[in-house]
Design a protein around this ligand. Structure first.
Ligand code: CP3
Length: 366
């Protein structure tokens, strides 16, 4: 196959480094912007490419992932691309069956029920063998981006993946997964450690393949309280960043890492001191108070309410202006507070991107 001949070397020179500079707190000529789920169903070309194909089959095709990643970059002047994939490829690599059912979302036919079920998981995962298709997608996409913008790799965080593996799909209460935390705390830690080990190898593999930044999605932080967060989420998030950074440093590399703990505002101070360069924020946090609570220790990313994209363009522009004034233009990456929804108007996404660029250039030139 041709994609096997494409190697992670001689990548095109990066032409727009605003996103990477902002991750490191360095000055930029404009505030960089990208959107979570920018490769998604709100784009007609995405729906056309995905039509009639199984979701995880698409994830396993490097050519398809590359095309879907590039689609939003062709349409909008985003300052970063994020590889099309899914967080649930890790439970699959550990031996679990996961399907994407239309109208239902991700579904595990046989979720973990009791601690004994941990014995059914692959204890050691060879990420090159099980997740090499993601690495190939990253290498191919980094070449095909032609240096236009940097490419972000990502993973789900241990608690979020554990929650899916026990719930067997989406959930409002996460009561099955939280039952483990209160009833089987030792087994919970064992599972979280197993996931952490795979995640560290997976992220390092993504960097070796060409990822220029990494985002860790703790999408289910919100169903934990501060005490459970400190025990079951934070230590693993920290361990991931420390181990990935240490390993990269040994080979002289420094790749920015972003942590996004959705609805985890109670953990903001801790997250800003957890070896990550950037803390991603959902829309429930006020920009100024986020700055105060993180004390200039990290860059911030976020956090417009995705639903603000339903507003008329002039209103979007005002909301963006106020958001920029709240965060300031240094050490800031504009984004939404969560992913784009399928019914959003691509035109308004374009208006959001343009508002970030225009208002931030105005502020920086005065
Ligand atoms: O553009 C991007 O942001 C990159 C691609 C990306 C996808 N999933 C593609 C996708 C990323 C970063 C993810 C991560 C992901 N997947 C998360 C963490 C981010 C978050 O939203 O909190 C989670 C929780 C998942 C699990 C998952 N995958 C869900 C809940 C769904 C939605 C199911 C539904 O039917 O609405 C998916 C499917 C999925 N992953 C889609 C996309 C574009 C839509 C389905 C499709 O393309 O057919």
């Amino acid at each position: 196959e041709k994609v096997d001949l494409i190697l992670p070397k001689d990548f095109p020179t990066l032409k727009n480094d605003a996103f990477l500079c902002a991750c490191r707190g360095q000055e930029t000529s404009h505030v960089p912007v990208w959107c979570m789920r920018q490769a998604g169903r709100y784009l007609p070309e995405f729906r056309e490419s995905r039509a009639g194909k199984d979701f995880f089959d698409t994830c396993r095709s490097p050519e398809a992932c590359c095309e879907l990643t590039l689609q939003p970059i062709r349409r909008f002047p985003f300052d970063a691309a994020i590889i099309f994939s899914d967080i649930l490829v890790i439970p699959q690599a550990m031996g679990m069956d996961v399907q994407m059912l239309s109208g239902k979302g991700p579904t595990f036919p046989e979720p973990l029920k009791e601690p004994e079920d941990l014995l059914l998981l692959q204890p050691k995962v060879d990420v090159n063998k099980e997740l090499g298709y993601v690495f190939k997608a990253i290498t191919l996409t980094r070449h095909k981006l032609e240096g236009k913008v940097p490419l972000i790799g990502f993973t789900g965080a241990p608690w979020t993946l554990m929650a899916y593996m026990i719930e067997g799909g989406g959930s409002t209460t996460h009561s099955k997964a939280k039952r483990w935390l209160y009833r089987h705390s030792e087994a919970s830690h064992k599972l979280l450690r197993m996931l952490t080990d795979v995640i560290v190898d997976y992220l390092l593999g993504q960097v070796a393949a060409g990822a220029q930044a990494l985002q860790v999605f703790e999408s289910h932080a919100g169903c934990l309280g501060p005490v459970e967060f400190k025990e079951f989420s934070l230590p693993y998030l920290r361990d991931i960043a420390r181990r990935v950074k240490d390993q990269l440093k040994e080979s002289g590399q420094d790749v920015p890492m972003i942590v996004f703990a959705k609805d985890g505002h109670y953990g903001l101070e801790d997250l800003s001191q957890s070896y990550y360069d950037v803390v991603g924020l959902d829309w429930t946090i006020d920009p100024r108070s986020a700055r105060e609570r993180t004390g200039g220790k990290v860059s911030l990313q976020g956090n417009m309410d995705p639903c603000a994209l339903y507003a008329p363009k002039e209103r979007i522009s005002e909301i963006v202006k106020r958001m920029l004034e709240g965060f300031g233009t240094r050490g800031y990456i504009a984004n939404l507070g969560h992913g784009l929804y399928p019914d959003m108007d691509p035109e308004n996404v374009g208006a959001f991107v343009e508002a970030v660029h225009t208002h931030s250039r105005n502020i920086l030139n005065h």
